[in-house]
Design a protein around this ligand. Sequence first.
Ligand code: SF4
Length: 385
Amino acid sequence: MSYTKTTDSNKDEVVFIVDRIIEVRIPNRVYQRYAGRYDDREIISFCTRKDIFNAVTGRRLYYISEESGIPLIGHTAFGIIDRGTNLLQVRPSSGCNLNCIFCSVDEGKGKTKVTDYMVDVDYISKKFEEVSDFKRRHCNAPIEAHIDGQGEPFLYPYIRKLIEKLQGTADIISIQTNGVMLTRDLVKRLDGYVDRINLSLHSMDSSTAKRLSGIPSYDLDHVLEIAEAIAESSIDLLIAPVWVPGYNDKDMKKIIEFGKRIGAGKIWKPFGIQKYVKYKFGRAPKNARIMNFKTFYRKLEEIGEGLHLYPEDFGMVKCASIPKKFKVGERVKLKIEMHGRVRNEMIAVSRDRIVQVVDTSKKVGETVNARIVRNKQNIYVARET
Ligand code: SF4
């Protein structure tokens, strides 16, 4: 554990930033009671009078270890997601260092999210192994660990350890990133461990890229340099722009030219252009035009060949899902264990699954009578009855 220590005199708290992102706040008088008897590491780990935040987003942060008893299946913000194929999504933490104006989950410093989650590296690797064992018993295809999330995976401080651990279990490791936190040296260190990096790159123009990222300090040149470093390594590079009509229409061709020039797509497809879609909890850029899928695919064909992607392009095949634990419509009594990702949403735990209870005013520790309204892909949502 690495940490820095400061004092917040306004709140009279001792503030530790652990492993660059976990902000631990302890009231000064509580800290003084323990200081001298215990070292800082012990106080950070064992003091019960502490509040934990994500130092990047400023939100309340839950650190989820195996001992917490919180399962890792059932939520889209953390844990493992099994969508019924040979690819398993691995989500070690939530929270982003960018603030993209089109972000489908309103990440970064948005208004809707109130909580972040971070999973212990041993716990999430063990769960991945368990789910991939199940998959191997049901299909012969290679198992891919795809590290992504509602946020930037490289903010997870134990990302390299996670990748090393997954390497012992997964056949393919791919990871999603906006590239900002990568360095040439880190790319070198990932070489041999990661098979593919899906890099978000939305514009070749510095001011458009800043505008889309929502961050004035966004450094396009750095991300382009990282793209080149990945292409020069044995890691495959997939460049994944989001096309926001009215903002970056002219950039798609330029991004393709750039990707071809540096050698993206050594093994898989080089480009994964995504259509901007307006989501309920996402951001909507002002005056962005909404393109329908028919127009989108037609325009992709006009831009170049092979831009319409299919699951088989990435070796994805159907593969039996882990068992569902609740039926839609089922009435359940649930104990609330954590705050949810957004206001009026709480997280309950039952039958080794997470259940998001929406539109509730219940508090942590209370029980709620609810009805399951979603169980698709083992993601559970319930409403109070
Ligand atoms: S990098 Fe991705 S998760 Fe982060 S704000 Fe942008 S779109 Fe959202």
